[in-house]
Design a protein around this ligand. Structure first.
Ligand SMILES: *Cc1c(COP(=O)(O)O)cnc(C)c1O
Length: 485
């Protein structure tokens, strides 16, 4: 292979050609698929993987190498290195990529970490249903076809005071269904201050457009009055939509009409009022400056339809729940979209298991989200002291361990700006900066997700169990020890 020096390259008119020659000779060094196959298939762990898949991975590895050679014609190529790369790719193919992680961020509903963790009852019920058959749409009393929603609906009505309910895939789908069934080709009046975008690109305006309804924006970002609604209601109006501004709060000079006023206005025009609650809680959550109304309280004001997520404050799996007046819910039940966005049996079982906890009065203890949001600072401080004690050994490696007060967030588009007083452990490692330590923890066998603040890493106690503390201890010890080896 010819090595081209920079000087020579500058003097050559045909640099391209010279480069190509160099490239070609290296290209020839790339091992054949068959020779790689021989090496890779010596590993017993891959012998059951189909030949096509192995060859596909080998081809991809070779392609990638070819691309690299084009960039860097002088690189060295080793058959063994390539085989190792292919083995890594095969291993990652058979290893689950969706894994359990430890949430030490203190954010209870972390959308990137799967929102609500499921309660134990729901998990056990799911396990039962996953591994066998179930009476999803089979009536055990009569031996005839049954209704997928029946059992859930009764529980939802009991817990919210709604006349009727229906459950779909998620809350975005719930809003889409309501608007499609009740407002297609008609107008929907929404306050400008409520035209929200929720993470994962759910935009109220776009969902409205998708449903075939047209949006009538009223008021201003900070203020909307009842007369703004009144002025825009006409014979084309199908409904008034209220949207919970779940992930932000406008503070200062603001106002929105009371639910009671909106209900009176809508009903005086014989229109329904629909409230997209976003998270929706069955139990009241009161912090000094914040009172999150329950789903039941919303419906009690006369709101006709509410929609909310299953995996936010409710604490179940992904689901979208629509509850309210029977006459409107009936229109949803016959809409063709319902079939396209229907909930699957696993989410349905998770939801039933979760609702049973609320009916039994044990939600505050047994629904992880409800329990975590209610953990008191004293309890969290005790837990932080415990972790700090468990990490004491690290001080001999020069690590600094401190217990500090923190503010945690509910997150996931719920209770915006509400602080939940918490406690945590802050850690500084001697030989690593916070970003390096964060990466080590994130890439640990059981990944630990943390926050960084002012050059320290923080373990917030709000979402951690005693078992999690043990994992954190082992992870930190491993990281500290590997540093000195
Ligand atoms: C979260 C949220 C949604 C979307 O709910 P998904 O269950 O994620 O589909 C819609 N509207 C509001 C106000 C929300 O907070």
């Amino acid at each position: 292979m010819k090595v081209i020096h920079d000087e020579e390259r500058n003097n050559t008119l045909f640099t391209g050609e010279v480069n190509m020659k160099a490239t070609k000779s290296t290209m020839r060094d790339i091992p054949s698929i068959n020779s790689l196959l021989d090496i890779v298939m010596k590993e017993p762990e891959f012998t059951t993987i189909s030949h096509e898949i192995v060859v596909y991975i080998l081809r991809k590895t070779v392609e990638e190498t070819r691309d690299k050679v084009k960039q860097n014609p002088h690189m060295e190529i080793s058959k063994w290195d390539l085989a190792e790369k292919a083995k890594e790719a095969l291993r990652s193919l058979i290893k689950p990529s969706l894994r359990k992680v430890i949430n030490a961020t203190g954010i209870v509903l972390h959308t990137n970490l799967g929102r609500a963790p499921l309660g134990e009852k729901a998990a056990i019920m799911m396990q039962d249903v996953i591994t066998g058959y179930c009476n999803l749409e089979y009536d055990l009393a009569t031996g005839k076809r049954g209704n997928r929603y029946e059992n859930i609906v009764e529980k939802l009505c009991l817990l919210t005071g709604a006349e009727d309910a229906i459950v779909v895939n998620n809350n975005a789908a719930a809003v889409l269904l309501v608007l499609s069934a009740l407002a297609h080709k008609s107008e929907v009046v929404v306050s400008r201050g409520q035209l929200v975008e929720i993470g994962g690109s759910f935009r109220v305006s776009e969902i409205l457009e998708q449903s075939g309804a047209s949006l009538v924006e009223i008021g201003t970002t900070n203020k909307t009055h009842i007369k703004d609604y009144e002025k825009k209601i006409n014979e084309k109006t199908a409904l008034i939509l209220k949207v919970h501004t779940s992930n932000y709060r406008i503070i200062g000079f603001t106002s929105q009409p009371e639910d009671k006023e909106l209900v009176a206005l809508a009903h005086s025009h014989e229109l329904p009022i629909v409230y997209d609650l976003g998270s929706g809680t069955l139990l009241p959550i009161n912090k000094e400056e914040w009172h999150e109304p329950t789903i039941g309280q919303c419906l009690a004001t006369g709101i006709d339809i509410v929609t909310f997520s299953g995996d936010k404050l409710l604490g179940s799996g992904q689901a979208g729940i629509i509850a309210g007046k029977k006459s409107y819910i009936n229109k949803l039940k016959t809409h063709p979209l319902l079939r396209a966005i229907r909930i699957d049996k696993l989410s349905l079982v998770a939801l039933e298991g979760t609702l049973i906890e609320y009916i039994e009065g044990s939600a505050k203890q047994n629904i992880p989200v409800q329990c975590m949001l209610r953990r008191q600072p004293e309890e969290l401080k005790e837990l932080a002291n415990k972790l700090a004690q468990m990490l004491q050994e690290l001080t001999q490696y020069g690590w600094e361990i401190d217990v500090i007060p923190l503010n945690s967030q509910s997150g996931g588009g719920t209770l915006p700006g509400v602080n939940f007083e918490s406690f945590g452990v802050s850690v500084i490692a001697m030989d690593k900066n916070a970003a390096q330590l964060e990466e080590k923890l994130r890439k640990y066998t059981l990944p630990i997700i943390i926050r960084i603040q002012e050059g320290r890493i923080l373990f917030d106690m709000r979402c951690l169990s005693v078992n999690d503390l043990k994992t954190i201890q082992t992870a930190c010890m491993t990281i500290a020890q590997e540093a000195i080896q």
